[in-house]
Design a protein around this ligand. Structure first.
Ligand SMILES: [Zn+2]
Ligand SMILES: [Zn+2]
Length: 263
């Protein structure tokens, strides 16, 4: 059955499966690497994706905000393209050899493939299907050690609802102010550090102004050695706003349903 409501379901870390009207889009949802404190996509889940088993059957478009191992494993994505009929792939502009190969591979299979390559604050839109659009919004990664890493925020427009996935983008107003000046955001996904920082919350409250705020990129409870879950709970208690529906996405399968905007 086609779902006319937009749903966003957590896969792992910043991996989210979005569904609207029979179209499925996966953001930052193909990774399986060690060496970071966040959760990788579980083996079993990856298996279901590769085999096209629900809820991961028939994913139409795959997006990545940036090439860090907790968001994007090029080898996983390459496997996925071999196994499932993806319509389009959106890759970060700054690439490793692995992701350059993935790009060539996708092109060889005549899969629509896009590298946004956007400067911070720059936005580019693509129409994907009837009532379905995707845009990249250029930003820089947060944290001084990643100053040179670009992070493309992904804006999905689904039947009039706008969902923004910020990945690990930094909370710099100039990245968002102008590009989003005519966009009414229904749901915004930010990581715990974005929400924790007063500058991050200022961007959320003054520029994004979403109806739904999802804090994602939180390790699964069993992986949460650094206790991001507690940090987020405390921040919501202190800084949550009554006019914004704020949700923490920390467990696989948790779903945020975006109700249509009141007219
Ligand atoms: Zn990152
Ligand atoms: Zn990350």
């Amino acid at each position: 059955m086609l779902k006319e409501r937009v749903t966003a379901t957590l896969v792992a870390n910043a991996g989210v499966l979005v569904e609207y009207n029979g179209v499925r889009l996966l953001v930052d949802g193909l990774h399986h690497e060690e060496g970071h404190p966040f959760s990788k996509v579980p083996e079993e889940t990856l298996g279901r994706m590769m085999d096209g088993v629900d809820p991961y059957a028939s994913i139409d478009y795959v997006f990545f905000t940036h090439e860090h191992p907790d968001h994007f494993t090029p080898a996983c994505a390459a496997d996925y393209l071999k196994r499932q009929p993806v319509k389009g792939l959106f890759l970060p502009a700054q690439v490793s050899d692995d992701s350059a190969r993935l790009y060539d591979d996708a092109q060889g299979r005549s899969i629509f493939c896009k590298r946004f390559g956007l400067a911070p604050g720059e936005m580019e839109r693509c129409v994907l299907a009837d009532g379905v659009e995707a845009a990249g919004l250029g930003a820089r990664h947060m944290g001084p050690q990643f100053r040179n890493v670009r992070n493309d925020c992904i804006l999905l427009t689904l039947g009039g609802s706008n969902l923004l996935f910020t990945g690990d983008a930094d909370h710099v107003p100039e990245f968002y102010e102008e590009a989003l000046s005519d966009v009414v955001l229904d749901a915004v996904f930010v990581n715990p550090l974005f929400f924790h920082h007063p500058k991050g919350r200022a961007v959320i409250n003054e520029i994004f102004r979403p109806r739904y705020l999802a804090i994602y990129h939180v390790p699964f409870e069993q992986d949460d050695d650094l206790q991001f879950g507690k940090l987020v709970a405390r921040d919501i208690e202190r800084h949550g706003r009554p006019d914004v529906q704020t949700r923490v996405l920390q467990a696989e399968g948790q779903t945020l349903e975006i109700a249509p905007r009141p007219r």
